[in-house]
Structure formats: C-alpha cells, structure tokens
Design a protein around this ligand. Structure first.
Ligand code: GLP
Length: 241
C-alpha cells in the first residue's frame, strides 16, 4: 500500500485524476470500478475537464459501480445511478456503464449477475474507493467475516446517520444496499482509495496501522499488491509517520 499525503482535497482530486488518466491512456478500453459519496466528486470534475480539454476519451471505457441502495429506482434523486449520471456519465462520452440494480425482482440473482458481468468484462483494472467513517468500503460494513462476492448488506447505524444528510429524514435512508463484496474489490488489478477530512482520520489510522480485520473492512487492502491511497492532511493527521 502506497500512501501519499497532500496539502488539501483539491490536490487529492488532481492526483486521482492523473492516475485515471494514466490508466486510460495506457489502456483505452479499461474497465474502471467507480464509487459514490462526496469523496470522488472533485475527481469526477477533473475527469470531466480532461475530457472537455480533449485529453480523455471514454468511448471504449467500461465502468462498474460499487453499490446501490436497495429499493431506490434509478430515477430516484438519491440513487447512486442518478448520482453517477449527474456527477460524471452525462458529461463524458462513455457508453458502457453498470451499477447493480436496487430494485431487481430477485436481488440474490442480481448479485450473481453483477459478479458475472464484471468477469465477462475481463475484471476491473482500476477500482476507485472512498472509505466510511467506520472503515467500510463499498457498503461492506464491519462484520465477523469479509463478505466475498456482491451481496445484500444491512447498513450500520453510523452509516445511516452519515448518509442522513442526503435525505429529508433518517427514516427515508435505505437500510440495505447491494454492494460488490470484499473479494470483488480485491480482485481488481489496482485500487485507488481517497479520503479527505478529519472525520476519516480514525478509519485511515486503523486501515494503515491497525490489524487486518473484518471489523475494519478497509484494512484488507493492505494485503492487495497494488493499492494507492491519496489523503489530505486532515485525513492523514492520526498516522504515526
Ligand atoms: C457510502 C458509500 C461508500 C463511500 C462512503 C463514504 O456509504 N457506499 O462507497 O465511500 O459512503 O462517503 P463520503 O465520500 O460521502 O464520505
């Protein structure tokens, strides 16, 4: 795991966009794993700018998102499908995008189908991750064991509270989600995790310096051969070096 600490969040976004740019220039038909949440928004802005400047062509790129809320249709303003179209897809020339469906009639089958689709695409070249305050990645919450494949997961109380800001009331925050599993994420050839702000400092400390445990799901990333972590000073503030 390589950790870079930058002065501010804007630099994190520019560095992340540089790594995506290198990936797409090296392999124009890259398979990218994408994330939602506040963390990647500035990176997506940078990618849009690079596309508009004629540097990035997404026409042969395929994407798979990490997760989706169960019960929210794609046109719901808080669905991750809607988020991705607003924040990235509608601004670039991408044709092949995938998110797991939160409203499939058989969600267990949807989990299997999503895994299969990723395999058929040849696997993920570069997976982007944020991190939850409790160390979750995707929606894989702290648990007794790492969930391997795409799965239906119950959101931790702290995650429901953290995501409350996007909904009018806590009752409206979905309590379950469909998420790539830890195994799905670990099979990506390279992983890029971003974290900004003091609120992430504890999770980052545990991820980098704590034990590898399903109680802090992101800690498993230390056993992946190619993980780059980009932090601002606040998120890195509790690291010992
Ligand atoms: C959500 C998403 C995660 C994301 C996390 C952090 O729960 N499922 O993929 O990394 O929140 O969100 P934020 O970037 O808004 O802090």
């Amino acid at each position: 795991m390589i950790v870079h600490v930058f002065e501010n969040a804007a630099q994190v976004a520019r560095a992340a966009a540089a790594l995506f740019t290198a990936q797409i220039l090296k392999k124009p038909d890259s398979v990218l794993g994408l994330a939602t949440g506040s963390t990647p928004i500035d990176t997506y802005q940078e990618l849009i700018r690079l596309h508009k400047d004629g540097i990035l062509d997404f026409s042969r790129v395929t994407t798979f998102n990490l997760d989706e809320y169960v019960g929210l249709p794609a046109d719901h303003e808080q669905s991750y499908d809607y988020f991705m179209r607003q924040q990235l897809f509608s601004h670039i020339n991408i044709k092949s995008t995938h998110l797991p469906s939160g409203i499939a009639p058989d969600m267990t089958q949807e989990c299997r189908d999503y895994e299969e689709l990723i395999k058929q695409a040849g696997g993920i070249d570069l997976q982007l991750l944020g991190i939850g305050n409790n160390g979750h990645i995707g929606f894989n919450e702290p648990a007794d064991a790492f969930p391997y494949n795409t799965n239906i997961t119950s959101l931790a109380d702290s995650t429901i509270k953290a995501n409350r800001r996007f909904f009018t009331s806590e009752d409206e925050v979905p309590k379950t989600a469909i998420s790539m599993g830890i195994g799905t994420i670990m099979e990506a050839r390279s992983i890029l995790l971003l974290a900004m702000g003091e609120g992430k400092a504890d999770a980052i400390l545990q991820m980098v310096e704590g034990p590898i445990t399903p109680r802090l799901p992101a800690s498993i990333l230390r056993s992946h051969p190619s993980v780059t972590v980009l932090l601002d000073k606040a998120a890195a503030s509790k690291l010992s070096c």
